[in-house]
Design a protein. Structure first.
Length: 432
């Protein structure tokens, strides 16, 4: 599994000394472990120009440690007067998507979900946490694309993107762009198309994202490999979903059986569970893809990405869930540890799942070419009543019931028998 960093703090932690950055009376620093806590204020300016504008940008926006030039020993408290960067307003009316063309470019893929906020502000802040501890919006989980979409896509989703695709430290040009990607699974032997939105940055410290390579690190809840993810904060920021976030991290690592080591039902939140199941159904294990940039479909364009971050207490629907799009969020309704399935969606641990807006399929009753007869038995009764009453016992010939679907009962021979008996009876009467 390739290392992937998503939070701005970790992106900057791998930057080397930056010259020419004006940091005023201080500078931003992450220390040898890539965290604010490990910073020793050793004089190395890190994180790029924006992170070094001032203490707020460094500590809140970049999760670094602001080092005063006159006090190079240890972290400084957060500023009391924030100066946030101007938010990037989402488009109020996204342009209609354009059909893709070409698609001969090739990119690599991996999977992740580290719960950190990411570099495109597609995030929210949970109650009791600070702005320096954002969480990836659950709506970034993969969901079922509307039927008949222009791209022929099965799913819509999100990804961290490399510099070659426009990825960068903070609100880069690749944030909010979309790509159609098509990959083939050696496991299912199926080719599947997705549309992915750029919601995070895969930095060049990741070998797959370096040297101008095109790479998509697909957002897949439960699939982060924690020993290789330096920015995984799930156990701290979403402890109530700890079991789910560990459910598929060992998939195709501890076993070569693609139907083991993944149980998306460990998630409580239905949106995360559906996103886990939908990615699992692909059976993509770092699958290479053909890709092309496309206009984002409205279902992806309106997903929440904005700074200041959304708050859990005032959560935008477009961060909380992707059911608002009017599509279902999964292919099927159940999942197990040994089969690939998907579940219906809803959202948040604090709210009941919303009702799917997908109408119940209408089916036409099947009419057989030769419909069976009525289910009630058809009984033929022939009575012969002779005169005088006592001459011949009254007879009742009952032909067995014809049940639904059985072959018609041949009546010719029983009738012939009756006629013959009638003639014999008549002859006897005449003889008397």
């Amino acid at each position: 599994m390739i290392i992937k960093l998503s939070a701005v703090s970790f992106l900057a932690s791998f930057g080397f000394g930056i010259s020419g950055v004006s940091a005023g009376s201080g500078y931003c620093n992450w220390g040898p472990l890539g965290t604010a806590a490990s910073s020793t204020c050793d004089g190395e300016v890190q994180g790029g120009h924006w992170c070094n504008v001032g203490p707020y940008n460094c500590q809140v926006g970049c999760s670094g440690n602001w080092c005063e030039t006159s006090n190079p020993s240890g972290p400084t408290p957060p500023p009391t007067t924030p100066t946030p960067p101007p938010p990037t307003p989402p488009p109020s009316s996204p342009p209609p998507p354009t059909p893709p063309t070409g698609g001969n470019l090739v990119a690599t893929t991996t999977r992740y979900w580290d719960c950190s906020g990411g570099s495109c502000a597609c995030s929210f802040v949970r109650d009791g946490f600070s702005d320096a501890e954002p969480v990836h919006c659950h709506s970034n989980a993969m969901f079922v694309a509307p039927s008949g979409n222009l791209f022929g896509a099965t799913y819509y989703g999100a990804a961290a993107i490399s510099e070659a695709l426009g990825g960068g430290d903070w609100m880069s040009s690749g944030c909010g762009k979309c790509w159609k990607v098509t990959g083939f699974s050696d496991i299912t032997e199926l080719r599947t198309t997705l549309v992915l939105k750029g919601t995070n940055f895969c930095p060049p410290v990741n070998a797959a994202c370096s040297d101008g390579k095109a790479h998509f690190d697909i957002a897949a809840p439960g699939f982060d490999v924690t020993e290789f993810s330096l920015s995984n904060t799930c156990s701290q920021r979403e402890p109530d979903e700890a079991a789910g976030f560990e459910a598929c991290g060992r998939w195709l690592i501890d076993s070569t059986d693609a139907y083991e080591n993944c149980d998306c039902d460990a998630f409580k939140d239905p949106v995360l569970k559906a996103g886990c199941n939908n990615f699992y159904s692909l059976k993509w294990d770092n699958t290479p893809v053909h890709y092309e940039e496309v206009s984002c479909p409205p279902e992806l364009a309106q997903l929440h990405c904005a700074y200041p971050y959304a708050l859990e207490g005032d959560m935008p629907e477009t961060c909380e869930t992707n059911v608002f799009t009017g599509t279902t969020s999964s292919a099927t309704t159940t999942s197990t540890t040994t089969t690939t399935t998907s579940t219906s969606t809803g959202q948040t641990t604090s709210s009941p799942p919303p009702t799917s807006t997908t109408p119940t399929p209408q089916t036409t009753p099947h009419l057989p070419l030769n419909p069976p007869m009525a289910t009630s038995a058809a009984v033929t009764i022939i009575q012969l009543v002779q005169k005088p009453p006592g001459a011949i016992n009254r007879r009742k010939i009952v032909l067995h019931a014809q049940d639904s679907g059985s072959s018609p009962i041949p009546l010719a021979f029983p009738c012939l028998e009756i006629v013959l008996k009638m003639l014999v009876g008549a002859a006897i009467l005449l003889a008397m």
